[in-house]
Design a protein. Structure first.
Length: 229
């Protein structure tokens, strides 16, 4: 994985108040919970005491409670209560803590910061900053039995469209590929995908291509506007 990035891991609605969801994401077993205030917590799905799956436990107040001996961990993974020590015992937040991950909830999607917590750079990117209220979107969960880098590569591969998807997104027999134009920008890349029907013309060079789709960050769209002028 590329470290120090936000990754979309679940739809927000998949984690309801006072519920825990156990999922494997980014090759990590995670217990994601929503406390009684609606806040999201995400910890490794393995209790520091005897290794029980925290995802099989319960949400209690602001904490996730282990099903085995009842240790309670807050959204920072700190052990806030040990039942065996008695209800009057004082929490020692320096011990028994589980690893936790920063999760941000934006536009109905849960994003996990994969990397060093002190390297978090703002909120996850999203592509709706430039669009008006008539714009609608939805999320879909689709499991591909493939390494994630192959999935990204596939999304960028416009050459296969008229062959594999000739009667859907690749219709029109646009086998000639202009560019592609690719620009690296802070936080991502901008790339063009403007295939054409081959009538004997030469493909456009990257310099002569234009971007044809929306970009997710205002700063990027501003750059796009500039490139159109
Ligand atoms: S294994 Fe979790 S409290 Fe003991």
């Amino acid at each position: 994985m590329i470290e120090n990035q936000w990754y979309a891991i679940l739809p927000s609605k998949a984690v309801k108040v006072n519920q825990i969801v156990g999922v494997k994401r980014l090759n990590l077993d995670l217990a994601i919970f929503r406390n009684d205030k609606g806040e999201i917590g995400c910890v490794v799905d393995q209790c520091t005491h005897r290794g029980a799956a925290l995802s099989k436990g319960k949400v209690k107040g602001e904490c996730i409670k282990c099903p085995f001996h009842g240790l309670e961990f807050n959204e920072k993974g700190q052990c806030a209560f040990i039942p065996a020590n008695g209800r009057m015992s004082e929490a020692d937040l320096s011990r028994y803590n589980v690893k936790h991950y920063k999760v941000s909830e934006n536009n109905g999607i849960l994003y996990l910061w994969y990397g060093d917590l002190d390297k978090i750079t703002g909120e996850p990117p999203f592509f709706n900053k430039d669009v008006d209220a008539s714009y609608v979107y939805s999320e879909i969960e689709d499991h591909w039995n493939s390494h994630y880098s192959r999935c990204i590569e596939n999304q960028l591969d416009v050459v296969h469209l008229p062959f594999v998807h000739h009667n859907t997104i690749g219709r029109g027999n646009k086998t000639l590929v202009n560019g592609p134009k690719v620009e690296f920008v802070p936080g991502g890349i901008i790339t063009s995908a403007n295939n054409e029907v081959d009538v004997g013309q030469n493909p456009k060079t990257a310099e002569n291509c234009v971007y044809q789709s929306y970009i997710f960050k205002p700063s990027l769209s501003e750059r796009m506007d500039e490139s159109h002028q």
